[in-house]
Design a protein around this ligand. Structure first.
Ligand code: ADP
Ligand code: ADP
Ligand code: MG
Length: 646
């Protein structure tokens, strides 16, 4: 086994590879760009090497720089993760030429599968069923149009160098062919520098089912069953699962046989995935599946396979790359239960899935729950930023349980108890999909999300209860009672009785004006057209971050913009009141209501963290209210209110 490896990647996958390396006693070297200097994968690593500026072309894609880093740190092998250089055969050649081991397949195997047209030709020869269509060299419009007609519409135009769903166009009618072809070629040229296309029959009611394969350098190859990735948006995976719902013994046997045959045909070594498209229009039939492409790397969704087979695929990668045989034979690999993975992204589902950036001011994932198994794969911590340079993935939420309904229920629970504030996310969309009746019944094809996009992405408007929670929090009335005594309930506020406070909030583009009052320990929030009373303060989970309050209700994070209570630059706020800079006890009060005070004059002493802080008047004025001696206040609670200047 290696002593030390370098991980040529970032984010969750770099962290995930490192975890296994650590478990195996292998040292891990991280590489990082400017933007990632403080990233989790760097913090986790035994050593790290800076490889350049933030753009990927100047850092994570620089083969020479990465190889140099491996040599300088004495790493013996390079794990590429997924994306970046993972499927670049020239990189593999360079790694090998430098005397290092590439943790993955040979350059030759990657080349054989790199272009979809050549891969299909190869698979056809190996006896693997491929999607009917044209994958020849000639690219003349007339020929392609004729082929499309022969294949029969609808057809799918695909970039042979494509990946990540790019360079793909479905065409339903011959009249649209020329335009679609031009569009696909344009996209392919700019994304992959290659505008060669193939044409495939567009499969009816398509399901994406892929088989995990693994080979070693001794000529062995096994499969680790299938994953279903049919929940897709624009050809990109959203929720994956293993095994495939409704899978039959016959279809599984046929697909896994074909996958192992495919791997053996190219003497494949390491982790790989054979992707098939399945026509589910008449149920799952053993003669209705076809090879689409092979991904010659660890797949994003590999954890679902790990959960149901109890195999650590990264461990296998390291073992096989260091020359060991496959740790298990086919007979020793069995299926256990059901697993789901949901991809949590910083993106705005309600705005066409626009990628988002921002600081993750608040980030909370559920811990393992009884009766099931939760796994969170992430590369970020609270306080980290989602930058515009990289994939905006926040985490992969993975659940495992004895059967599909319980694994799905656990996924829903997991989504509903995940909290992110500071950036918009697709969390609510994921939960809407996970609770969709068709998805829940396993009746999922790649068109499901598209057909229901409107309802899956429409966020519910916050009801009066949620608004009331936000108003209470914004007015500082959000401390939960620690004692049943109504007098000390809403402790920070019991000293203002009664208190009446107008509050302004913004939800999306709408201004919300509300009035919060506390009378005898009961908080009342008056909104336009409704009033909400509460004895207990806000009822929901929430996060406060600069200028905002996010209220969590199930998987939805309602983000309210509020004036920052601690922002002294806020003119009206500063003129009207002074707030506690930290939670504490009001020890001594030196002024009473009606007093006229001068700026700088000591008004009260706050004891916090075992220290006394003198709170001086922030400006000249007349005191309208002041906290009472002995009261416990929360951070941001109003200590002194001045008579509003007129
Ligand atoms: P598929 O190619 O079948 O869609 P995946 O869903 O595993 O496979 O990945 C989608 C594509 O995006 C792949 O080409 C993968 O390498 C790339 N990718 C995904 N996440 C990242 C990331 N964080 N950084 C770089 N590339 C990524
Ligand atoms: P990529 O390299 O972008 O992952 P794939 O060939 O794997 O490209 O196709 C991506 C997705 O497009 C598939 O998961 C599937 O949903 C859809 N797709 C691909 N080929 C077909 C087809 N012939 N018929 C219907 N859908 C298809
Ligand atoms: Mg694919």
């Amino acid at each position: 086994m290696f002593q030390k490896i370098l991980i040529a990647n970032r984010g969750e996958i770099a962290c995930r590879v490192m975890r296994t390396a650590r478990k195996m006693g292998v040292k891990a070297v991280a590489v990082y760009s400017d933007a990632d200097a403080k990233a989790l994968h760097v913090a986790m690593a035994d050593e790290s090497v800076h490889i350049g500026p933030s753009p990927v072309s100047e850092s994570y894609l620089r083969a020479e720089k990465i190889i140099e880093a491996a040599l300088a740190t004495g790493a013996e092998a390079i794990h590429p993760g997924y994306g970046f250089l993972s499927e670049n055969p020239d990189f593999v050649d360079k790694v090998t030429a430098a005397g290092l081991v590439f943790i993955g397949p040979s350059a030759k195997a990657i080349r054989a599968m790199g272009l979809k047209d050549a891969a299909k030709a190869l698979m056809e020869k190996a006896g693997v069923p491929v999607v009917p269509g044209y994958h020849g060299d000639t690219q003349a419009l007339v020929l392609l149009a004729t082929k499309a007609r022969e294949i029969d519409y609808p057809v799918l135009i695909k970039a042979r160098a494509g990946g990540g769903g790019k360079g793909m166009r479905r065409v339903d009618h011959p009249d649209e062919f020329a335009d679609a072809l031009a569009g696909a070629k344009r996209e392919a040229k700019s994304a992959f520098g290659d505008d060669h296309v193939l044409i495939e029959k567009y499969v009816d009611k398509p399901r994406h089912i892929e088989v995990q394969v693994f080979g070693d350098n001794l000529g062995n190859a096994v499969h680790l069953y299938e994953r279903d990735c049919s929940a897709q948006r624009r050809h990109q995976k959203v929720i994956e699962e293993a095994p495939a719902p409704g899978m039959t013994r016959e279809l599984r046997a046929a697909m896994t046989d074909a996958a192992v045959k495919a791997a053996k045909a190219i003497k494949y070594s390491g982790a790989g995935t054979i992707e098939f498209i399945v026509d589910a229009s008449q149920g799952l039939k053993p003669d209705r599946f076809w090879f689409m492409e092979m991904n010659t790397r660890l797949q994003v969704e590999h954890p679902v396979t790990e959960m149901v087979t109890r195999v650590d695929l990264v461990e296998w990668q390291l073992r096989v790359a260091s020359g060991e045989p496959l740790p298990k034979s086919q007979e020793e690999i069995s299926l256990d239960g059901h697993a789901f993975e949901a991809r949590l992204y910083a993106e705005d589902a309600s705005k066409g899935f626009l990628p988002a950036t921002g600081t993750l001011h608040h980030l909370k994932f559920p811990a393992a729950a009884p009766g099931g198994n939760i796994r969170v794969e992430t590369g970020v911590r609270a306080g980290d930023s989602i930058s515009p340079y990289y994939d905006p993935m926040i985490a992969k939420l993975v659940t495992h349980a004895p059967d599909r309904p319980s694994a799905l229920a656990l996924l829903v629970d997991t989504l509903e108890s995940t909290e992110v504030a500071g950036s918009v996310t697709n969390l609510a969309f994921l939960a809407a999909l996970a609770t969709d009746p068709d998805f829940a019944s396993g009746d999922v094809d790649t068109g499901l999300i598209g057909r229901k996009q409107e309802s899956l992405t429409t966020l519910p408007a916050p009801g009066p209860d949620i608004l009331a929670d936000a108003v209470l929090a914004a007015s500082g009335l959000d401390q939960r009672p620690t004692s049943p005594d109504p007098w000390s309930a809403l402790a920070g506020y019991a000293h203002f009785h009664p208190v009446a406070r107008p509050t302004k909030l913004r939800f999306r583009d709408e201004e919300i004006a509300a009035h919060a009052t506390v009378v005898d320990g009961v908080a009342k929030v008056e909104l336009e057209g409704s009033a909400v009373e509460t004895k207990n303060g806000p009822a929901r989970r929430m996060a406060k971050w600069p200028g905002h309050i996010t209220i969590f209700e199930r998987a939805v994070g309602y983000d309210f913009a509020v004036p920052d209570p601690l922002d002294r630059a806020d003119e009206t706020e500063a003129a009207g009141s002074m707030r506690a800079p930290m939670p504490g006890l009001v020890k001594l009060v030196r002024a009473v209501r009606g007093d006229t005070v001068r700026k700088g004059q000591p008004l009260l002493i706050l004891e916090a963290m075992k220290m006394e802080h003198t709170i001086n008047a922030s400006h000249d004025g007349e005191i309208a209210e002041i906290a009472s001696e002995g009261s416990q206040v929360t951070e941001g609670a109003v200590l002194v209110r001045f008579v509003e200047p007129t």
